[in-house]
Structures are given as C-alpha cells and as structure tokens.
Design a protein around this ligand. Structure first.
Ligand SMILES: Cc1cc2nc3c(=O)[nH]c(=O)nc-3n(C[C@H](O)[C@H](O)[C@H](O)COP(=O)(O)OP(=O)(O)OC[C@H]3O[C@@H](n4cnc5c(N)ncnc54)[C@H](O)[C@@H]3O)c2cc1C
Length: 325
C-alpha cells in the first residue's frame, strides 16, 4: 500500500505481510463476485429483475411479497438483502440511513492492452478530499474520490458530467488519477452520497421479525471508510446460512430463534464497525490545513501502525454447513 500527498509525494509505503502476517488485500470486481456466487447455485434459482413493492405478514408467520410485475410470493422465510434503501428494513421499522456529509465518485478504469500499475493499493490524502486506486484485474483499475458536501444536492447520473466533476476535484493531483478517470467507461462511473445507520441497542429494531431477517446494507449500512460493508454482508450471510441450516435440519433452535441468535451475534460485529467507519471518515475528511499537515507529515509517516488498524478485518467465519442429503 502506498500513501501519497496531493502533490504526489510519497508519505509512506507498507507491505501488508510485514505489518501483520494475517493481512492481504483482495480487490474484486462486484460483477465478478456476484457471477461467481450465482454460478454456485442450480440454474433458475435466481429470478432477476423482481422488484419488491410491498410486504405483508400472515397470522401463521408466512410473508406475502408483492413484486413490481404483479407476482405475489408467499414465503416461509424472507432474507432482506436489498441494500441501503431496503423496503424490508422500512417494513420492519428501521429509520432511513443518514447522510454523513461526504460523497464518493467511483469508477473502473479500463486498459484494453493491460493496466500499467503495480499490484498495490494507492491512497492520496488532501484537504477534505481523498482518493484511491487499486488494480482489480489485468485490464481494470478501481478508483474512488471522496469529497465533502454539506447537503446531498441533485442526483446526477450523466457520466459525462460525473467525469468532468471528478476530474475537476483532482485537477492538480497526480496524473495517474486523471488518466484513470479519462479511461473509465461510462457505465462504471457513479457518484454516491455516503450514509450509515447506527443500530443503537434498545432503539433500533432487531435484525429479524418473525421469519423475516435482514442482511448486509439493508440492516447495517456503513460508510466505506474501513472497506468493510460488503465483507460484513458476506460474513452475515455465512453466519445466517449456518444457523438456518441447523434449524431446518432438526437442530434445537426454531427458525425464529436462529434468526434472533444471528441478529445478536452479528450486531456485536456490525455496530462497532459502523461507528468506527463513521469516525475514521470524519478524520480523513478534515479540511483544516494544519490538521491535514500534521496527519500527512507526522501521523502517517511516523506514527501509523497498519497491523492494529486492520485488526477489524480478522473475522473467522465457521465453514459453511453442507447438507449431506
Ligand atoms: C464508495 C463506496 C466504496 C465501497 N468500498 C467498499 C470496500 O472497499 N469494501 C467493502 O467490503 N465494501 C465497500 N463498500 C460497501 C459495499 O458496496 C456494500 O456494503 C455492499 O454492496 C452491500 O451489499 P448488499 O448485498 O447488502 O447490498 P447491495 O450491494 O446494495 O445489493 C442490494 C441489492 O438489492 C437490490 N434491490 C434493492 N431494492 C430492491 C427491491 N425493492 N426489490 C428487489 N431488489 C432490490 C439491488 O438492486 C441490489 O442488487 C463501498 C461502498 C461505497 C458506496
């Protein structure tokens, strides 16, 4: 990992293995991850483009899902993994995720003849502005720019405007970043307001209601400052799958109990990460020149220890339960 100043000066470089043997970085393109997971399922298991419109629970605990195309599904178990604007979470009484005051541009630079970067995570820290990029394959490089913005403003989806705005933000920054933005296909650039939801004990509803349960961003949207949102969603899935498999295969817990036990086990992981990600974001988005100078000239080069900073990534999932039948 290399950390640079906005003028391109290297502040520090780390090797993950030198800092902590357990650490490594794997950058995975979302599409590849989803296709890989989907390919493990029997054909036709996933029905795409099924937009959930409304939910209703029956007296016997089943749940009726109304889809946008008019389909109605009566379900024994519902796992709500429908992201930050989750309809399932709203139905369960969760509040809307809260905007934290900064937005992120994201894109996937494409180099048809091979990308020129070393296999390193690159960060650039400016004042109230930071960026990063990391190769995800032989031809693609993921990049982001995070910038302060007091209010949400209008939603912009026109890639030409997004590209222009992103380039303007970092117009005086190292050229690598400018080139990456330029080489980003329209369909991969986006601007996202960063949001989270703090699951205060006793205030936030539980992760499950009857036989309906939440997973990932639908339950615990967190800012991406620790790079843990999707990781946490995957961890949720493994823990929940194991607990449900035990309940369904004659274990001592009912399905409802398995979901409750998942909720309490995962809360203790997701809630601290949500809070920490928020605080780290607030620190990294500081605009004060003196504070930024201390960060870039003293804290990062001399004080920062990567091992303890990355301890939160050390989560051991139990292996997935495999049914013998
Ligand atoms: C700028 C940025 C950078 C990030 N970087 C990282 C990182 O480095 N590492 C990391 O681990 N995480 C990162 N994250 C977080 C990560 O993207 C999310 O935590 C992750 O995508 C959550 O996965 P999910 O499956 O819960 O939700 P999502 O990925 O949002 O998926 C939800 C799905 O539900 C579907 N859906 C929504 N509404 C409905 C409906 N009504 N009916 C049917 N389907 C619906 C959506 O179409 C979507 O397919 C980042 C996020 C941002 C914004």
């Amino acid at each position: 990992m290399v950390v640079k100043n906005e003028d391109g000066r290297e502040l520090r470089s780390f090797k993950f293995k030198d800092e902590d043997q357990s650490q490594e970085v794997r950058a995975v393109e979302r599409r590849v991850l989803l296709e890989t997971l989907a390919s493990q399922l029997p054909p036709q298991t996933i029905q795409f483009s099924s937009k959930l419109e409304s939910i209703q629970s029956n007296a016997n605990g089943d749940t009726l899902l109304q889809l946008g195309d008019g389909t109605r599904l009566l379900s024994k178990i519902v796992i709500g993994c429908d992201g930050i604007r989750s309809k399932v979470a709203t139905w369960m009484g969760f509040s809307e995720p809260k905007y934290v005051g900064h937005c992120a541009f994201r894109g996937l630079g494409f180099f048809p003849n091979g990308q020129p970067f070393q296999n390193k995570v690159n960060y650039i820290y400016g004042k109230g502005l930071r960026a990063g990029y990391v190769p995800v394959s032989a031809t693609k490089v993921y990049w982001f720019i995070c910038f302060n913005r007091p209010s949400l403003g209008p939603k912009i989806t026109d890639p030409a405007i997004l590209k222009k705005q992103a380039k303007e933000l970092v117009s005086t920054w190292p050229e690598d970043l400018q080139n990456l933005i330029e080489l980003t296909p329209d369909e991969t650039i986006s601007r996202t307001p960063l949001v989270d939801r703090w699951l205060w004990p006793g205030i936030a509803p539980p992760a499950s209601k009857g036989r309906v349960v939440l997973v990932g961003d639908a339950w615990h949207p967190m800012t991406p400052n620790l790079g843990q949102g999707a990781c946490c969603a995957l961890e949720d899935s493994v823990v929940l799958a194991n607990k449900l498999a035990n309940a369904i295969n004659g274990g001592t817990e009912s399905i409802e109990e398995a979901m409750e036990s998942y909720g309490s086990e995962r809360w203790s992981r997701a809630f601290p990460l949500t809070v920490r990600a928020n605080l780290v974001g607030a620190l990294l988005q500081w605009e004060n020149p003196l504070v930024c100078s201390i960060r870039n000239n003293i804290v990062i080069p001399k004080l920062l220890r990567l091992g303890p900073m990355l301890e939160h990534t050390n989560f051991e999932c139990e292996p997935l339960f495999v049914s013998k039948s």
